[in-house]
Design a binder for this molecule. Sequence first.
Ligand SMILES: [Cu+2]
Length: 153
Amino acid sequence: MKYSIRIIIYFFLIFLPLKSEDLTRQLPIEKTVFLKGITGIEHYFDPKVLYFNTGKLYKLIIKNISDSKHYFSSNSFSKAIFTRKIQINFNQNKLAEIKGIINEVEVWPGQEIEWWFVPIKTGEFNDLKCDVEDAKNKIKHSKMGMIGKIIIE
Ligand SMILES: [Cu+2]
C-alpha cells in the first residue's frame, strides 16, 4: 500500500510540470522599437535588429518619435509569430485591442502601439521595412535606410 502511494506521488512530481499552459497569458517581456527620422533627410528603426525567443510573450512597443508616419512591416516575421493582440492606448487608457493575424502596422508621428505576440518559429528575417514615401523627396523610406532585421532564437 505505502509503495503504491509513493508511486502515485512520483508520478505527479514527474508529469505535473509537463502540463501544458497558455503561452499567451505569461507576463510579457517588454521591448521598444523607435521609428525615427526627419522628412527629406533620413528615416530609420532604432534598434535596427530586434531579438526574440520562441515561446515567450512579448509586448513590443512601436513608438514613432519622428515627423512622419511609418510602417513596421515584415511578412516573414508575421508568419513566425502568434499575435495575441495589438493594443492602442490614448492618455494612458486602453483605446482598442485588435486581434487576428497582423502583417503590418502604421504609426503616426508622436503615437505608439503595443504588439503582443508569442514567437513560434526561429529564423532571421531580413524584410523589416517601411515603404512610406518621403513627403519631400518622394523616395520610399526603405530606400533611405528604413530597413531592419528580426532574429528569433
Ligand atoms: Cu517610414
